[in-house]
Every structure is written in structure tokens, then in C-alpha cells.
Design a protein around this ligand. Sequence first.
Ligand SMILES: [Zn+2]
Length: 349
Amino acid sequence: VIRTEPRARCLACGSEGAPLHEGISDLMLGTPGRWRIVRCRSEECGLLWLDPRPVPEDLASLYAGGYFTHDAEPERGQGPGLRDRVRRAIQERLLGYPARASVPDRALAMWVSLVPWFRAAALRDLYWLPARETGRLLDIGCGNGRPMQRLIGAGWWAIGIDADAQAVAAARSAGLDARVGTLRAQQFPNGHFDVVLMSHVIEHVPDPIGELRECHRILKPSGSIVIATPNALSLGHRFSGRHWPGLDVPRHLQVFTPKALTRIAAMSDFAPVSVRTHAGIAANWLLASHCWRDAEGTGRAAGLPAPDTRVPPRWVALARLQSIGCALGVGWGDELVARYAPVPAAGPV
Ligand SMILES: [Zn+2]
């Protein structure tokens, strides 16, 4: 049995929460217990959080059943095929990474980049980071290191940390500089990194503000932090409700809206550079939520569908609609990708 503690107040604004989803079970790994998600009552925030939530000492046991500590998104190759060449040509065109693309590939990339889901997939690979800022990057929660490999391939110098020793071993065997443990335990020097990346991490952390303050300390004043996390205001959440994979009880202790994330960033002395949502994971999450809906009440966990599972056309269509909404600036995407720059700390530390 997982021990729990109540969380009455919103960590971003201090307001009370109102119940949103009650009696949800862990359909990913089958952790025992029923969980409740509440939503911050403030319109200017809207944070979701688990109340009650597991006590910090029991958090590690929530991942025992084989949790995948890497990207939620299925991995794509960076091979010589047309698809990857066009992707690199889009990254060259829109972010400035040298791809040495041929004239026909460039022409194709120009047209393909007008399609919202292709454009977002190519840019999300490099987290919308422009080539001119390339430097030293820390990937917190690097998992098996696939995103690091993509970034290194584009010219970044990257090191990763992760709590999962098995994932770190996999990253190291691929030749990456990856280390096991918490961020604080690394004792990185002040002002060491150009970019800190936290992809699908902040929703798991019991003290996100403390973690972001440590990121602030190790970033150069000219640097930035990139945070990728589920978007509580997504069309996917509205459509799938309590079965939306972005909730992932009881491992996601909080799920952010763009406003709530920017609020906790501000509390950690960060100012927004860009805050966007995209729908690159939407089709897979619709499929997962369907599996979870079927598994509910059967007493078994459904896990995540294999990355190569064929997604039924109606969900592909819904995911594309989400993509079009994102391209038009509607915050419909299942994933929130925000970039913040450090500002000088307001008071004595
Ligand atoms: Zn709030």
C-alpha cells in the first residue's frame, strides 16, 4: 500500500482545488489504490494536482513495474531515407541547423513544412532550439538518451542525468555522458549550462519550484530552460477525460496549464521566451486512452500500446485537427513545450 499525504493548496498560486476526476486507478502499471485529481479554482492558473498524493519516501516504488523513462514520443531514425532528409531540411530552414540538403530536398521541405503536423514533428525533435544558440546542454531525465543523441547529432554538447540506473546504463553503452542520481547530487558549478532540458520530468517532481531554482543556479545568465510536459488544457484531455495518459496517476503529482507553468517558472526567477503546445503525441495518446478505458475495472494494467501499433483513422483525424488548432495558436496540443530565460533572483538566496 502506498502511503499518502493531503495537498490542499495549489503550489503555483495557493488557491484551493475543486475535484475534477475521482476514483481513478493506475492503468499504466497497476499501482494499488484509487486516486483523485483536483483543479485549481483560480481562472488565472488552472493547475491540476493529485490530492492526496504519495509521500516522498514511497515515490520510487511507483516506478517499479517497468516505467519508460524516455520520451513519450516514439523514436524516429535519422537515417538517409527521404523522410529524415526532409526533416533535416525543415530543421535547416526553420532553425538554422546546417543539413547540406540538396535543392530538391529543400524545395520539398518548403512545402512539407506548411503541413502543421510535419512541421511540428521536425521542430519538436530539437525542442524548437535555434542553431545559433548551440552550446552545453543538460538533459534532466535523459532516459536511454535518444533525445540527447538527436541534439548531439545537431551540434549540441550534451550530458544527461536520470534516476533510473538501467536507462542510464543503456545511454552510456550508446557512448553518451549519462549519470545516475538527482540534480542536486551532481553539484554542477554555477552558470555552467547554456540550456537545461526537462522533458516529461516536472510533473513527477514533488518540489518543482526547488528543482527549477537549482536549474537557475547552474544556467548561464544568457541560457534558457526548456520544459516539455502534458498540457492540462489539451483537446485530448477534454476528449479522453479521466483516461487521458497525461494524468498518469499516481506518478504525475501535478499537471500544468501554460499559465500555471509560467507561474512556477516566475516563482523560480524565470521569464517566458516561448510557450507553445503541439499534438505530436496526440494519436498515440488517444489510442492509449482507449485501451485504458477498456481495462478499467478488469483489475489489470494496460500499459502503453506498442509504438508501431496502427492508430485507427478517426483518431489520426482527431490528432490532425489538434495539430491544425496548435498551428492557429489554439492551445489544443497534448504536450506543452515552454522555454524560459533566467532573470536575476529577486531577493537574497
Ligand atoms: Zn493555482
